[in-house]
Write a protein that binds this ligand. Structure first.
Ligand SMILES: Cc1cc2nc3c(=O)[nH]c(=O)nc-3n(C[C@H](O)[C@H](O)[C@H](O)COP(=O)(O)OP(=O)(O)OC[C@H]3O[C@@H](n4cnc5c(N)ncnc54)[C@H](O)[C@@H]3O)c2cc1C
Length: 412
């Protein structure tokens, strides 16, 4: 039997691509190598699935790290509001949280998966589990189907590769799509880890493991013309730094910088140096007999307070009244310009997304069809696109899934 479209990969991109094409009357089969769909989707957003972001247009694009322009058509064709509407028709209500992050109202990623499975079923997609694809089939520059790991073949007039990236490989995304695409003549950029924790040399950072700071500013000390800064939450870990601000910054670091590099942490971004100095002076004057480190714990988390004097080269045991103006300046400098040396990142497998992928130069942005092989389409993380945290990566997967599913098989 010949299908109109074979979709490889049952993640968000593949599921929406398959359902969209089937709704247009195409005969579609979805091949998933796991025994279930959306294994990665299930663990997104800490199990709550931050499936999109309610920002639109430029605000959304501002959160795309790589190839935002390429995604213009896909994001226009199927924006966050379309996804929320689709989910509503499938019985899934959405809830918007801080930063425009959109979650299912139930707080369960499983409910997003159920909605997508219902969409697949309602659309008449045939889903095959435990069906790992080994190779793509093509004939005379035209996609022709897929060869499975058990050596069986599935013939089709077009193929959508939605195999994801190469991170969190236990979920099934093990970079197969890169191999498929390369074999058919496509260029693969990278891949590199993105949204990935940073490994830091400084011992004091590791000693603070488990401590989270709500609002800090991070910036790269010196990077020639390249600039990178992010604000938000930071988490100290046993190897270095994580948390949303660090993950977001990492995507720029792995793209534009090389390691080791010096990172500057501003612990009090809302306080200009002079005001912070005055605040510190007031606290020290009000508590002249109290030790410096105890006074600092009024404006800093308990565990961080004794570390700052050490880094500033000031005796934390000194009484408030003994702290000199020069020492206060050193303390303010430590609070505003805390330097750490980043030696690298955690592995690609530990990255929330994979940066790099199938080069966008070889994909038509209006259809997501390959410019090399007719009838071959790409959607989701397998493409050289990535974005910051906040629901943007899943929206990209859904948007590119939708656009490829809308274009596949057209004109044949
Ligand atoms: C821990 C974690 C949390 C995250 N949280 C969020 C979040 O809250 N919000 C957000 O926007 N993004 C989040 N992301 C990123 C997001 O999950 C991905 O960007 C998104 O899942 C990519 O979708 P995709 O469909 O392209 O690929 P995937 O979801 O990776 O799906 C690819 C599918 O293809 C299958 N496959 C692979 N190779 C083959 C083969 N050879 N044959 C058959 N099937 C194959 C895989 O088994 C898999 O099911 C998170 C990622 C992680 C790891």
């Amino acid at each position: 039997m010949e299908y109109d479209l074979v979709v490889i990969g049952g993640g968000p991109a593949g599921m929406l691509g398959a359902a969209t094409a089937a709704r247009r009357g195409l005969k579609v089969v979805l091949l998933e190598k796991n025994d279930r769909l959306g294994k990665k989707l299930a663990i997104t957003g800490g199990g709550r699935c931050n499936f999109t972001n309610d920002s639109d247009g430029d605000a959304f694009s501002g959160n795309i790290v790589t190839n935002g322009k390429f995604l213009y058509s896909a994001l226009n064709a199927f924006a966050g509001r379309h996804l929320v509407q689709l989910f509503k028709t499938l019985g899934l209500q959405a809830r918007v949280e801080a930063g425009g992050r959109v979650f299912p109202a139930s707080g369960q990623s499983g409910d997003v998966l159920k909605a997508l499975q219902k969409h697949l079923q309602d659309s008449g997609v045939e889903v095959r589990y435990n069906s790992g694809v080994r190779q793509l089939l093509s004939r005379d520059g035209q996609a022709a189907g897929a060869l499975l790991s058990d050596n069986s073949t599935v013939k089709s007039r077009s193929v959508l590769v939605a195999t994801g990236g190469a991170s969190y490989q236990q979920t099934g995304s093990s970079g197969d799509g890169y191999r498929f695409a390369r074999r058919l003549g496509h260029t693969i950029v990278g891949p590199r880890p993105a949204l990935v924790p940073l490994v830091v040399r400084d011992g004091w950072v590791r000693e603070l493991q488990g401590l989270a700071l709500d609002h800090v500013m991070l910036r790269v000390a010196a990077g020639g013309r390249a600039k990178a800064e992010q604000s938000g939450e930071l988490l100290f870990t046993h190897f270095g730094l994580s948390g949303p601000a660090v993950l977001n910054l990492s995507s720029f670091l792995t793209k534009h910088f090389s390691f080791p590099l010096d990172l500057i942490i501003d612990l009090k971004p809302g306080w200009p140096g002079e005001r912070l100095n005055k605040l510190l002076q007031d606290h020290l004057q009000q508590n002249p007999a109290r030790s410096l480190k105890n006074t600092l714990s009024v404006i800093l988390p308990q565990r961080l307070a004794p570390v700052i004097p050490v880094l500033a080269g000031v005796d934390g045991g000194r009484q408030g009244a003994q702290v000199t103006r020069g020492e206060r300046e050193e303390l303010v400098s430590a609070l505003k310009n805390l330097a750490v040396t980043v030696t690298g990142t955690r592995s690609l497998n530990e990255a929330i997304v994979t940066g790099g992928g199938v080069s966008v130069k070889e994909i038509n942005p209006s259809t997501l069809e390959s410019k090399i092989i007719r009838g071959l389409y790409f959607a989701g993380e397998v493409i050289d696109v990535d974005a910051l945290t906040g629901g943007f990566n899943l929206q990209i997967a859904f948007s590119t899934g939708y656009l490829s599913g809308s274009s596949a098989g057209a004109g044949r």
